[in-house]
Design a protein around this ligand. Structure first.
Ligand SMILES: [Zn+2]
Length: 314
């Protein structure tokens, strides 16, 4: 029996939100120093109370990975390709939210000890202070203030935030968590068990069938969207900011704009059919919400975004 193609995704809270996007480009002051940015961020943080409606998105990276084109774009060349490893912070009046956290801190200390043989395919370039905790400290955010860590999936370049935030609840798709403990042979090197198999982690498991479009704070500011394919329990994030409007963090549902534009599949894939369907799903949402698209590891597109600690989106 032929299953009809999925063209209508679950009606969700998304429909309620206003469609207006203000794509206000902030003037970038070239001479703005990191020191000034940190001081300003700290001062602003002290003023941020629970009644504030300010929501901000900070974009970070835990360095880069040196890899080959074919590991990012399926069946392509052996050409050298270096990709950023992004992660994100959302400051919300109800609490700070970390998305992923990039590579684990240990990678910067001894990449071979922590990642093993996968280093041959993905060689991390990561400074000793380029981990999520030190980077948060840089903008005056105390790790204990982080309320949620949202996990797109549990691959090695996304698992750096686990166990770093004592008061955080970690949200992951149940399907992804289960798979991470028992991956298929081809994706096994991408899961570093010591990153997620830790004691005393407060996990909250989402069910992909019932929790799609999970609205984290109930105000539409952060929506979790189930986007399997690259990993079985992958999810992407739609962030709604007061001035910038909607920002869609595809994470690895689309590594690069070529993936977004259906020109290539990811080098690492669990289901090509799901990959394509997830891009289709995200495109529909992006179009509806006029969202800014942030892909997972695009070296060119990533250049153009405003990065922490200097800048943020509000
Ligand atoms: Zn991945």
């Amino acid at each position: 029996m032929k299953k009809p193609p999925i063209t209508n995704y679950k009606k969700s809270d998304l429909d309620k939100f206003d469609d207006i996007i203000r794509n206000k480009k902030k003037e970038i002051k070239e001479d703005y120093s990191i020191k000034e940015a940190i001081a300003q961020s700290k001062a602003e943080y002290n003023n941020l109370s629970n009644t504030s409606s300010e929501i901000r998105l900070y974009m970070f990276q835990t360095g880069t990975l040196k890899t080959k084109m074919k590991y990012i774009k399926m069946n392509q060349s052996n050409e050298e390709f270096e990709i950023p490893v992004p992660w994100f912070l959302i400051r919300h009046p109800k609490g700070d939210v970390v998305i992923d956290g990039g590579n684990a801190k240990e990678v910067s200390e001894d990449m071979h000890a922590h990642w093993g043989s996968v280093v041959a395919a993905y060689e991390p370039v990561m400074g000793k202070k380029e981990n999520c905790v030190d980077q948060l400290n840089n903008i005056g955010v105390d790790p204990s203030s982080v309320k949620y860590v949202l996990h797109s999936h549990l691959h090695l370049d996304h698992s750096g935030g686990i166990g770093r935030f004592p008061n955080a609840t970690h949200l992951v798709q149940q399907r992804e968590y289960d798979y991470a403990f028992n991956p298929d042979w081809f994706s096994k090197p991408a899961y570093i068990r010591k990153d997620f198999d830790k004691p005393n982690i407060n996990w909250k498991f989402l069910d992909h069938k019932n929790d799609d479009f999970y609205d984290l704070f109930g105000d539409g500011s952060i929506i979790l969207i189930f986007t399997p394919g690259h990993a079985p329990g992958h999810q992407s994030f739609l962030v709604k900011l007061p001035n910038t409007g909607y920002v869609l963090l595809t994470i690895d549902a689309a590594y690069t704009m070529d993936h977004w534009n259906n020109l290539t599949l990811p080098g690492l894939v669990c289901s090509a059919v799901d990959v394509v369907d997830s891009v289709k799903k995200l495109k529909k949402i992006a179009k509806e919400k006029k969202a800014i698209i942030v892909t997972g590891h695009d070296p060119d597109a990533w250049e153009d975004f405003k990065k922490a600690p200097m800048f943020y989106y509000d």
